[in-house]
Design a protein around this ligand. Sequence first.
Ligand code: HGY
Ligand code: MN
Ligand code: MN
Length: 407
Amino acid sequence: MTAINAKRLINHINELGKIGIDSQGRRTRLALDDSDKLARDKLVQWMREAGLRIIIDKIGNIIALWENDSNKNKPAVMTGSHIDTVINAGQFDGCYGVLAGLEVIQTLKESNKIFPRPLAAAAFTNEEGVRYSPDMLGSLVYAGGMTPEQAHKIIGVDKTILGEELARINYLGTSEPGCIKPHAFIELHIEQGPILDSQNYDIGAVENLQGISWQKIIIEGVQNHAGTTPILYRQDAGLAAAKIITFMRTLCENNTLATAGCIEFQPNAINVIPSKAILTADLRNPDENLLCESENKLANFISQLEKTDRVKISVERLSRFKPVIFDSKIVGLVEKFSAKYNLKCRRITSGAGQDAQNMALMCPTAMIFAPSKDGISHNPREFTSEKDLISCTNVLFDVIQELAKEA
Ligand code: HGY
Ligand code: MN
Ligand code: MN
């Protein structure tokens, strides 16, 4: 009976996890930076060693394709995720799904099984969106949600231009995004939350994914002396930012989550009332109407604040994805094969944004979650046991074969 090469999978995960790591065990591979390039090069080397055809498209998505004469050009069963990370990240977010997908296809190719469909494993560009907004960019372009030309013009938080960075690291491919038509897409990913681990489940059949709204809020006040300016005279951009962050927490009801992940004061001096504050708002909800309601409440609060605090506030839209319901048939396959391996499985919502939410625009799509110890993620302490990594990959192995048999 063919089975994945568990040792090879674990080695690949640990190997890739070493790229971009610092002396404190924190890894940072922001999209298209030098560490991302090193990780990309390593992944392409493994894909080549597996004897797969490598396609690099115009947004730098890396796709490893296994096709033969009998199934050439038919829509492929696709899997994959991302290998870029946030700052001080763990080693499983995204990478696990890419490497598990590669492992499954490599094992099937080695077994000389022939399927009616090609199989493909993808590593999508800039899933995290830390350096360039929006997040899930590579899969968004792949699914036709943005043109490569539009994406190339995006300016990063470090003022670099996305297209130039893509060329600099030599991943400005020539293939059209979406060139490998997907018949179905299944993404394996760590849960990144506490549900599976705390409730002792072995695996999650992801049935939906919450909507995401990212905004940049720029507040302009009047710079002044911290010691001589009476409170009533102040137009304090810093205070206004603090009020917005506190208000965002009041939005967190009916499943809305609100996070201010970035903040910057100018001129950022201890004895100067800030002239400018720049912060970000990350709002999420599995229900589109409730997400819109939270966005509207924040917008209303901001326009009130301009009056009460005599500051000028502008808002830039960075990213916006609607909630997604995954394909119930594929979710059923995840449950079916979890049962085959006696894995305790539950249906679950993805709190994180995923490339699968864009691939769902192209084809029937679903996800598999592996448990995250203590629910920690976007943190070097992110951990999933080898047992869980391997058992969830076995389920991916079976789901892909089942989808590949579909004529
Ligand atoms: O932000 C997210 O949810 C994902 O990690 N990009
Ligand atoms: Mn991820
Ligand atoms: Mn992530």
